[in-house]
Design a protein around this ligand. Structure first.
Ligand code: IPM
Ligand code: MG
Length: 359
């Protein structure tokens, strides 16, 4: 039986990076024994342009009939002036919510080959291997009430940061489970010295730990301190579990330990569905120029093979192919650091060639 992948390139560099990831899947089909098929649909600004809806019904139907979703990126200046529900980002938030993708895994692994690409000292980042587990379908991104209103005689905007205990419990479990497969440490990040929502978060994480995961080492950290510690001494972290907003911010920060946000894949997983995407955005400034780094998307395919398609063996091959490509000195412009950069498509070709050699 073949595995069905829904492919949503989205906007900006989305179609370029996704094309390279599809080349990799093609090699896995041809030279390895993967039996995957895929079908494309629109999301974000591209979907708005086609159907006046950033997450149209046709895309909803396709993703729900697939074993996994591969997404590029959404957003761009072209759609910034639209009403909020029509904007590309609204499409992304809706697909996350619609598919119940509450657990977002963002691994930050520093490749030795790229030590010099980081703006931090090599000795600080060498060996960094952090997994940010971000809650993805609740918190301030989704909390009600929200909006604009007149307040104390002037315009105001407001949002609600709310977590229910069941939402904290399920993401905490995912973080502890992930830690057991790694270095067995979880750091829960919140702002419990100020926010009630964080006080509850800390209480529930502690409860889950005591009841089910006391073999895992648990610590708690305020988000401001965590932002500082990530730069000061990132190697202290194994798994970081945190809410939607803090996870958004800390995962971008953590990505720069690796030298480029263009290296970071992610998996968003719920009870029934899963979606894989690079953590970076649609980079409208370089869209259409064949300059983007496709490695985050290719590494997202590796995560898909491991978590959704049950092919950890092939995930390892893809990761090895990426390592071999970096060993050979192939660099896109974000990683180039003085060297002559290659195009997005050339990076994809190089990974495919390295992968074929592993067949
Ligand atoms: C991310 C992005 C999104 C988010 C945006 C595009 C809505 O920054 O996936 O990290 O904030 O979640
Ligand atoms: Mg983000």
């Amino acid at each position: 039986m073949s595995l069905k992948i829904a492919v949503l390139p989205g906007d900006g560099i989305g179609s370029e990076i996704v094309s390279e990831a599809l080349k990799v899947l093609e090699v896995l089909n041809q030279k390895f024994d993967l039996n995957a098929t895929w079908q494309e649909a629109t999301i974000g600004g591209a979907a708005y342009d086609a159907e006046k809806d950033p997450y149209p019904a046709s895309t909803q139907a396709l993703v729900k009939d697939s074993d996994a979703v591969l997404l590029g990126a959404v957003g761009g200046p072209k759609w910034e002036a639209l009403d909020k529900p029509l904007r590309p980002e609204a499409g992304l938030l809706r697909i996350r919510e619609d598919l119940g993708l509450y657990a977002n895994y963002r691994p930050t692994k520093v490749f030795d080959q790229l030590l010099e690409a980081s703006t931090l000292k090599p000795e600080v980042v060498q060996g960094v291997d952090i997994l940010v587990v971000r809650e993805l379908v609740s918190g301030i991104y989704f909390g009600q009430p929200r909006g604009f209103e007149e307040y104390k005689g002037e315009r105001s905007g407001f949002n609600t940061m709310r977590y229910c205990e069941s939402e904290v419990r399920r993401i905490a479990r995912k973080a502890f489970e992930a830690a057991r497969l790694r270095s067995n440490k979880v750091c829960s990040v919140e702002k419990a010295n100020v926010l009630e929502v964080s006080e509850l978060w800390r209480e529930i994480v502690t409860e889950v730990h005591q009841a089910e995961f006391s073999d895992v080492e648990l610590s708690h950290m305020y988000v401001d301190n965590a932002a500082m510690q990530l730069i000061r001494n990132p190697k202290q972290f194994d798994v970081i579990v945190t809410g939607n907003l803090f996870g958004d911010i800390l995962s971008d920060e953590a990505s720069m330990l690796t030298g480029s946000i263009g290296m970071l894949p992610s998996a968003s997983i719920g009870e029934e569905f899963a979606m894989y995407e690079p953590i970076h955005g649609s980079a409208p400034d370089i869209a259409g120029e064949d300059k983007a780094n496709p490695l985050a998307t290719i590494l997202s395919v590796a995560m898909m093979l491991r978590f959704s398609l049950n092919r950890a063996d092939l995930a390892e091959k893809v990761e090895q192919a990426v390592e071999h490509t970096l060993d050979a000195g192939v660099r896109t412009v974000d990683l180039a650091d003085g060297q002559t950069p290659v195009a997005c498509s050339a990076m994809g070709d190089a990974v495919c060639a390295a992968l074929e050699k592993l067949a």
